[in-house]
Design a binder for this molecule. Sequence first.
Ligand code: SF4
Length: 351
Amino acid sequence: MKRTETKKVKVGNISIGASSDVVIQSMCNTKTVDVDATVNQINSLSQNGCDLVRVSVPDEDSALAISKIKEKINIPLVADIHFDYKLALLSIKHGADKIRINPGNITKGLDEIVKSCKDKNIPIRVGVNSGSLEKDILEKYGMPTSEALVESALNNIRKIEDLNYDNIVVSIKSSEVMLCVNAYKLLSTKTNYPLHIGITESGTIWSGNIKSSIGLSLILNEGIGDTIRVSLTGDPVEEVKTAKLILKTLGIRKGGIEIVSCPTCSRTNIDIIKIANEIEQAITPDIRKKFENTNYKIAVMGCAVNGPGEARDCDIGIAGGNKEALLFKKGEIISKISEDKIVETIINYIS
Ligand code: SF4
């Protein structure tokens, strides 16, 4: 897939845009002032493949906590600012690697934010959201539309450019999947700043995963998107896992473990649903890291109809029998194992 050429922007030790890998982001749902909880969550996100993390800065204490958090994490941190430009200045002073602002609700102090970002050479993400479009844009379009989101983004980009700064990343988000997709398509024809893409407020883990997968895939398949976030009402680690799988499925990122498991049917005589889920749960971040540069497939198949064929194409796999299974490794039948030993055998093998 050919990716749209965008400007390269540095955030801490990572690059966004141009030919850089698509960066996976997430956002903490801890209180930022709770440094220990936030650090634990960021480190867990990082272990699971998160490249860049955002924390919200609703007050001064949260901005002050950034320097303490940064001492204990190893991925760049973005400060999420709404309404009060002074919180942006304080966050920058305390080590934020990037600032996300929604210029629609920053009514004063943009010049000071830009000056401060310029001094530290850190990027600004212009984050436009359909829920907080400027009044004049809403009046012009009557409702949030793709064109309205893009016009708002371009206006706000211009405000920063007028202050002689172009270290910018842009996002335009909506919970309306197709509106969001069309907005990104339009925006990518109007700017070459790197784009952070996501379907915002997409819902619980179930609905959010579906909406995000559809929306992000449609956008990414157009070659658009330099960083992604899957937004879920749930554990942010799930956001990272989903983002990784979306990129892997589209062939944008290589490597990692994939479980191929059958839907089961009346031919199944072992509990494939339980086994597949237990294997998935038992794969630790350390095991995942071991395979991050290798495409590694585990087959969990219910019977001898498609089971052996699928299991043979995988690095390791089982094809179920009657309360037992054939174990395959790299296409060869290795042994027969009892149902209660399947999970343990596979996890021991890949550990
Ligand atoms: S692999 Fe076997 S058990 Fe699984 S769905 Fe196919 S036929 Fe049914």
